[in-house]
Design a protein around this ligand. Structure first.
Ligand code: ARG
Length: 258
C-alpha cells in the first residue's frame, strides 16, 4: 500500500512539458569544439565559468562588455580548445594582458555591449571573422543563426558542462521593439522563436551567434530564458566593425628611423 502511494505520488511529481535530460543552451544540442575552434569560455581565477567569447584573431577574444566590466585581466581566464569544462587536460587556459571595453558602454540593454581581451600569446585555433558593414543580409529576418555556449540549460538551471548550440532565426526589429520597448535597433538584433522554448541563457553572454562563417552577434541580454515572446538580444556586430578593427587588428607599431 505504502509502495503504491509512493509510485502514484512520484508519477504526479514528474514535471510535464520539460524534457529533463535533453534541454541544452536552452532547447539545443551538443556542439563539438573541433567544428567550432573559435568558441571560448571565460572563467574567474578559480575556474568558475561565467561567460563565453569568440577568438576573432590569434590573440584577441571578443566578448560582452557586461561580462568583464569591473574585472581585472589577471583575475580572468580564457579557456580555448576545450569542449568539456571538466576536461582540464584539453585546450589552453590563457590570462588576458589587456581588456578593451567599448568606450560608450553603460549597460547591456543600452547597447555597445562589446569588449576585446588581448592575450599574451597567439592561440593555435582558427579565429572567426566578424561581420562587416557589407554583411547586412545576415541580419535579414528569418536568417538562421547558430548560437553557442556553456550557459544555463534552463532559466533557473545550472550552466552546461559541454559546449551546446541552438539554431535561432533573426526576428524582425519591429517585433523586438514591441516586446522590449527600449530595444535599440541600430545596435542590437533579436533572434529566436515567438513561442520561446529555444534560447541562449545566463552564462552564454559574450559568446557567438554565427552564420555564413562569420560572427554575426554577441549574446547580450533577454528577459528570463526561452520565455514565450521574450527572445534573446544580441549585439549587432557589423555596426561595430569600424570600432573593432583598430583593436582587433592594430597597425604594426611604426618603425621610427634612427
Ligand atoms: N545576460 C546573460 C548572460 O550574462 C545572457 C542572457 C541571454 N538571455 C536570453 N534570454 N537569451 O549570460
Amino acid at each position: 500500500m505504502r509502495r503504491l502511494l509512493v509510485l502514484v505520488l512520484s508519477a504526479l511529481l514528474v514535471p510535464t512539458g520539460v524534457a529533463a535530460a535533453d534541454v541544452q543552451v536552452v532547447g539545443g544540442e551538443r556542439a563539438s569544439i573541433a567544428a567550432n575552434p573559435w568558441a571560448v569560455h571565460l572563467t574567474d581565477a578559480r575556474g568558475a565559468q561565467f561567460c563565453g567569447g569568440t577568438l576573432v584573431a590569434p590573440a584577441k577574444v571578443l566578448t560582452a562588455a557586461h561580462c568583464v566590466q569591473g574585472r581585472s585581466p589577471r583575475n580572468l581566464r580564457v579557456v580555448a580548445g576545450r569542449e568539456d569544462k571538466l576536461d582540464r587536460e584539453s585546450g589552453i587556459v590563457a590570462t588576458p594582458v589587456d581588456i578593451w571595453l567599448h568606450p560608450q558602454f553603460i549597460a547591456a540593454d543600452q547597447g555597445e555591449d562589446l569588449a576585446v581581451l588581448t592575450l599574451g600569446e597567439a592561440l593555435p585555433y582558427s579565429p572567426l571573422p566578424f561581420a562587416e558593414a557589407a554583411d547586412g543580409p545576415l541580419y535579414e529576418p528569418g536568417t538562421q543563426l547558430r548560437a553557442l555556449g556553456w550557459g544555463r540549460t534552463s532559466e533557473n538551471g545550472r550552466t552546461s558542462r559541454f559546449l551546446m548550440q541552438a539554431t535561432l532565426p533573426v526576428l524582425p526589429d519591429d517585433y523586438c521593439v514591441r516586446t522590449y520597448p527600449h530595444f535599440v535597433k541600430a545596435d542590437m538584433f533579436c533572434a529566436g522563436y515567438e513561442g520561446g522554448k529555444v534560447d541562449t541563457c545566463q552564462g552564454d553572454s559574450g559568446g557567438p551567434i554565427v552564420a555564413g562563417g562569420k560572427l554575426v552577434g554577441v549574446t547580450s541580454w533577454g528577459e528570463g530564458c526561452a520565455r514565450k515572446g521574450k527572445p534573446g538580444v544580441y549585439v549587432r556586430v557589423s555596426r561595430y566593425a569600424k570600432d573593432l578593427h583598430p583593436v582587433v587588428n592594430p597597425a604594426p607599431a611604426e618603425v621610427v628611423d634612427p
